[in-house]
Design a binder for this molecule. Structure first.
Ligand code: BGC
Length: 908
């Protein structure tokens, strides 16, 4: 942390927002992302007086906790927003008492530690006290009460299907019932992610429900704009609100509901969110895509065309009501049943209109790539469009559409063949979907399968490792002759390059030296530090090759950085990486708190998303940040995932489009980039670092990877962050099929891949898989040991020694047993020996190993004991070529980054 940060943490004075011009945009985005769920005419507010209640009134949650938290100086509360809008609050004394109570509760609290509060932004969210008789009497000067329900969540904690979380607490219910007896109208504001809303139909007088979400620093103002009618609602749901929690398809398996928190098996398969509700005829409370307005719109499809490239719909939206507003035109496609079961419908296109005045109309054009109608056929490892009728449903939400046109396909067409990878490790019992008869309706659009040109898109990445060797020097591969083969063993080839012992990175940037020549000139110790972040970094000096002096400036730091050891000596810049998806998470310093990811998606407005990305990048410029660790793109598999606020939706298409728009915005500012995360299948926080998500290849391709694919293909993100979890039995960070074959080989990703912070995978496997940067860091010495045959190290008691393997901001997450190249195994044919001195106790772990056949203990004549471990000696299994390949990708990222510009300014 620099001085500015330390001061901010100690005094709470975060300083001024570096980009105050973002404020108006944040307010507009928040009002575009809030969703009106119910309105019995009470909104827009009629009078200028309101009684405001609820824990979220004076202190709403404006973003989640953990890396998604944003330190922002003066977030606008609902109370403040209403006052700013000229509304008189008749519940002032209640609001004061509520605020004082929350302050006192937090002062007393001992449950949250310094890191919780200062890094994660956690506070105790106290229940608001019930209004007393006097307060109630005073409040009744208004006939409408607004009640703000508040929930928070964040990383490492999933939410719970319990009262006070997914359900209303008894206290909140009592509060609302009290208000119901005393006020003619109640408006409930939901300052939360998805929760049970049945109460709104059970308690009388709840005349309006507003899904405020976590709306960023201007949330209060944006809400007031909408409640007063200064702005109109135009947000639409990106998730389904169910009638009961058990209606959600993953409810029975999510986060250990089936007793197996470490092994979520995605039995619901492709039937996630509305795909499940619609296919199996389950009535939702509020359907996907839903959102009311203060005005009405008529949506008429004027024209539809189709060829093998695109399906194009021309749709007119007419404002038939009395107030100006914006509408979202949504296109769902019902595909014909065939060999592959199909969901009832899927979102394939959308467009948001501008502000349409009453009586006026706007025409929007929605273009859908024809191949996006294909389903994934695992047996053929191909995207196929099966013969039959594809109904194009156009409307305002998933349960309000009309079939405008039908694509009629005469025979099954294979649109794209891909690599046969990522096989599921567990049997999936997918539900049997009913068959829907798709009768052609509307405009008929005929496609002939014979005209479809199949795209051959399998990965062409060769299974080999290339090591660049300077001319005139010797190099012997340590891995080629090794009998131990890592998963996906690649033989190591050598390529001789010019010997450039004095080359600097500045020479690479100016084109004097090639990247390969430069990395070939670097010692392993330097390579190991280039491919790891700085947490746990040890010094390793090299002689300066630049002949320049560094005038270092002190910059705020947060989530992580690439190595800064070689700025002066080799001219390698240091990139700063900061969380998070809804604003720069920068401890002790002020940053714009944007509406969270879910809210950005609820705008259904890609142009606005791009603006938000650009505004974010301006703040990255102010803080010298190269990479923003977001957007978060995991699918809302279940409403209880603790990070849903950071992610966008239960739908992969909307997720991919929103991420792509945002990425384009950030990366339109020179040298700034995003890290789309968490790749992939990190859909629950429970056991997030140890869990294994088992998912069919089809569900992966169609649901869990689809959003990432869209973002990569459409917006070329600078980096991708792999997730903590295993996917089908392999850590995603070590999964070469995922990181190399799919991401790079198929999707054409050119950028850098990094691990999530302190992932518990085998680091040599990560690098070999093509995961270039180990974050927040890793001991270089350990990494280098994988390049050598290394003997195990034992403690005095005969058991293996342990060192810290991964830590997260100083908190130890796991230990690494010092087995070196040796892997204990009862069936192994190699041995490793150690002696326990006379008089010393043999460890319990060794005795356990004796029982399972992995170790033997023999008494020596001198009273000492010989412990013999059985196993396999792996020898050296990380090649220099793997490290070079990863280092090259880190350096390529740095070459075009803002960090390079900063370094040039620092080097005289
Ligand atoms: C989170 C990431 C975050 C990283 C750095 C991890 O715990 O999962 O989303 O970017 O920490 O703070």
């Amino acid at each position: 942390m620099n001085l500015q940060q330390v001061k901010g943490v100690l005094t709470g004075n975060l300083g001024k927002l570096p980009c105050p011009e973002n404020t108006a945009l944040v307010r507009r985005a928040a009002s575009n992302g809030m969703v009106l769920l119910k309105n019995n005419g009470v909104l827009p507010l009629k009078g200028k007086k309101v009684a405001l209640f609820g824990a979220g009134a004076g202190n709403p949650v404006y973003c989640g906790t953990g890396s998604g938290f944003v330190f922002t100086p003066n977030p606008v509360s609902v109370e403040q927003g209403l006052k700013n809008a000229g509304i008189t609050l008749t519940s002032e004394s209640y609001l004061k008492r509520t605020a004082a109570n929350e302050k006192a509760v937090n002062k007393k609290d001992k449950s949250l530690n310094f890191l919780d509060r200062k890094w994660s932004g956690k506070t105790i969210l106290a229940d608001a006290p019930l209004p007393n008789a006097q307060e109630l009497e005073a409040a009744k000067a208004a006939d409408t009460a607004i009640y703000v329900l508040r929930r928070n969540a964040g990383e490492e904690n999933d939410r719970k299907a319990e009262k006070g979380d997914y359900y209303l607490s008894d206290f909140e219910r009592a509060d609302l019932e009290l208000l119901s007896r005393n006020f003619a109208h109640i408006v409930v504001v939901l300052n939360t992610c998805v929760m049970d809303l049945n109460f709104a139909n059970e308690i009388p007088h709840i005349d309006a429900l507003v899904y405020m979400g976590l709306a960023g620093m201007e949330g209060g103002n944006a809400l007031a704009d909408l409640l007063t009618g200064k702005a109109n609602f135009s947000g639409h749901l990106t998730d389904t609100f169910a009638k009961q929690y058990s209606d959600y398809p993953a409810a029975a398996t999510f986060a250990g509901a089936d007793g197996k928190p470490e092994h979520p098996v995605y039995h619901e398969d492709i039937f996630v969110g509305y795909r499940h509700f619609d296919t199996f005829g389950i009535e939702p409370l509020y359907p996907f895509g839903y959102g009311l307005s203060y005005t009405d719109f008529e949506v008429i499809t004027l024209d539809a065309e189709a060829d093998w490239q695109n399906i194009t719909l021309t749709v007119q939206v007419k404002n038939t009501g009395k107030m100006a507003g914006r509408e979202v035109v949504q296109v769902y496609v019902s595909s014909p049943a065939g060999k592959l079961p199909k969901p009832y419908q899927e979102l394939k296109g959308y467009a948001k209109t501008g502000l349409i005045a009453p009586g006026k109309a706007e025409t929007v054009t929605i273009t859908i790539p024809t191949e996006s109608l294909a389903s994934f056929d695992e047996a053929a490892s191909a995207w196929v469009m099966e013969m039959g009728n594809y109904l194009l449903r156009v409307g305002k939400h998933s349960r309000n559409t009309q079939v405008a046109a039908t694509v009629i396909l005469d025979a099954t067409a294979i649109v794209r063949t891909v690599t046969d990878i990522l096989h599921c490790d567990t049997e999936i019992h997918a539900p049997t979907a009913p068959v829907f008869e798709n009768k052609a309706e509307g405009i008929a659009l005929n496609l002939n399968a014979a005209d479809c040109v199949t795209i051959e898109n399998s990965s062409k990445v060769e299974k080999k490792t290339v090591t660049y060797v300077p001319q005139g020097t010797d190099y012997n591969s340590s891995i080629n002759g090794n009998p131990f083969q890592m998963p996906w063993f690649c033989p190591e080839e050598t390529v001789t390059v010019k010997n450039c012992p004095d080359a600097t990175f500045l020479d690479v940037v100016s084109g004097k030296v090639s990247m390969e020549e430069f990395v070939a000139s670097l010692p392993d110790g330097v390579l190991a530090r280039i491919v790891t972040g700085t947490l746990e970094e040890t010094p390793y000096a090299v002689e300066s090759r630049t002949g320049k002096k560094l005038k270092k400036i002190s910059l705020p730091q947060s989530s992580g950085t690439t190595t800064g050891q070689y700025m002066q000596s080799l001219g390698i810049p240091q990139a700063l990486l900061f969380d998070g998806p809804a604003g720069v998470h920068i401890i002790g310093c002020a940053a714009t708190a944007f509406p969270v990811g879910m809210m950005a998606a609820q705008t259904w407005d890609d142009a606005l998303g791009q603006e938000l990305g650009k505004a974010y990048a301006r703040e990255m410029e102010a803080y010298h940040i190269t990479i923003a660790l977001g957007p978060g793109m995991n699918i809302h598999r279940d409403p209880l995932c603790g990070r849903n606020f950071e992610y966008y939706s239960e739908d992969p298409f909307l997720t991919g489009k929103t991420a792509a728009a945002y990425t384009r915005g950030v990366q339109s500012v020179k040298g700034r980039g995003v890290s789309i995360k968490h790749f992939a299948a990190n859909n629950q926080e429970t056991c997030r670092t140890t869990g294994n998500s088992s998912i069919s290849v089809r569900a992966l391709r169609e649901i869990y990877l689809r959003g990432f694919e869209i973002a990569v293909r459409e917006s070329d993100p600078m980096t991708v962050m792999t997730s903590y979890n295993e996917l089908n039995g392999v850590h995603t960070s070590s999964n070469r099929e995922l990181v190399t074959d799919l991401l790079r080989g198929e999707w054409g990703f050119q950028g850098l891949v990094m691990t999530d912070w302190g992932t518990t995978s085998e680091k040599a496997f990560d690098l070999h898989a093509g995961n270039d940067l180990i974050m927040g860091g890793y001991r270089a010495e350990k990494l280098l040991s994988y390049m050598r045959a290394e003997a195990p190290q034992f403690g005095e008691d005969g058991s293996v020694s342990e060192i810290v393997k991964s830590s997260h901001f100083g908190i130890v997450k796991s230990y690494l047993s010092q087995w070196g190249s040796f892997v204990p195994d009862a069936n192994g044919t190699d041995t490793a020996e150690t002696t326990v001195a006379a008089g010393k106790e043999v460890s319990e772990k060794v005795r356990e190993a004796v029982k399972n056949g992995t170790a033997t203990i023999r008494d020596n004549a001198d009273g000492s004991k010989l412990v013999t471990w059985k196993g396999t000696n792996r020898g050296a299994y990380l090649s220099r070529g793997d490290m070079q390949a990863c280092a090259i990708r880190v350096l390529k990222m740095l070459m075009d980054s803002s960090a390079m510009d900063d370094l040039n300014n620092m080097l005289k």
